[in-house]
Design a protein. Structure first.
Length: 276
């Protein structure tokens, strides 16, 4: 039965959106931080929401704010609220002009996109590349679009397969036998492969992949590169067969509701055209 104190009140959309954030995170602290709400206030609002709906929405415990069966049913109904709220806020906060679409991708894919994205006569969106050395959470809208080397398993994410990416060893025709690579950890798979299979043949290192490529082009050694990157450097030749262990499918990933936002939809179409 609904709490008599709240029985004449209808839950606010803000409280329902906060509830949906809790459902997405499974954690009140993370939901409150994302919503910009103090934790005690968020707790009170969720308690009030339970009273207003007359339902026990959470299984509170050490695991956080896990949803009860009634909570999962409500989360199904509120699934679009946080996306709508974010879109409205971004729309109201945005200045006139093209919308920035946040893209996270590996360094070589980002370089490929920067080189090949077609110009827009009247831009409606602009790419904003976000560093990919940390795993950004697309489900929580830390980026708008991600380009990944495996399909996502999160239910909030949509995916499209773009292409098959292959790698090989490249260098100048007279390249010495030593490798140019990144130092230390963490390493992307291609550079981890060099350390694992040719660790005793590393000629030199650099902290940036593009600098590694420049050193390779200067003739200081050879480098493992995706074939699509090597194709843009006519001085390089392939010095090995395709490395099967590094070959993978590439996936274009976005939040399943955000992909209908017109600037993001246009960006997805443009990226797909380049990547395929």
């Amino acid at each position: 039965m609904r709490n008599a104190t709240f029985m004449n009140e209808t839950p606010s959309l803000d409280d329902l959106a906060l509830f949906q954030r809790v459902a997405e995170h499974g954690n009140l602290t993370a939901a409150a931080r994302e919503a910009g709400v103090p934790l005690p206030t968020a707790s009170r609002r969720m308690t009030r929401l339970e009273a207003q709906t007359g339902r026990s929405l959470f299984l509170r415990g050490k695991a956080g704010y896990a949803l009860s069966a009634e909570g999962r049913a409500l989360a199904t109904e509120t699934a679009g609220l946080t996306t709508l709220q974010r879109r409205l806020c971004r729309h109201l906060d945005s200045t006139p002009g093209p919308r920035r679409v946040r893209i996270t991708a590996g360094v070589w894919t980002a370089r490929c996109l920067a080189q090949r994205l077609p110009p827009q006569p009247t831009p409606t969106w602009l790419p904003e590349f976000i560093p990919s050395n940390t795993r950004l959470d697309l489900a929580r809208r830390e980026a708008d679009i991600g380009i990944r080397n495996r399909p996502p398993d999160h239910p909030w994410l949509a995916r499209q397969r773009t292409r098959r990416v292959s790698y090989a060893v490249y260098g100048l025709p007279d390249a010495p036998s030593g490798f140019v690579t990144l130092p230390g950890e963490p390493l992307p798979p291609s550079q981890a492969w060099v350390h694992a299979h040719h660790g005793d043949a590393i000629a030199t290192t650099a902290t940036d992949p593009r600098l590694c490529l420049d050193l390779t082009l200067a003739g200081l050694g050879r480098m493992v590169l995706p074939d699509f990157t090597a194709a843009t450097e006519p001085r390089l030749i392939r010095l090995s067969p395709v490395i099967d262990a590094l070959t993978h499918d590439e996936w274009l990933v976005s939040h399943h509701e955000a992909r209908h936002d017109p600037p993001i939809r246009l960006a997805l179409d443009a990226l797909m055209q380049v990547l395929t």
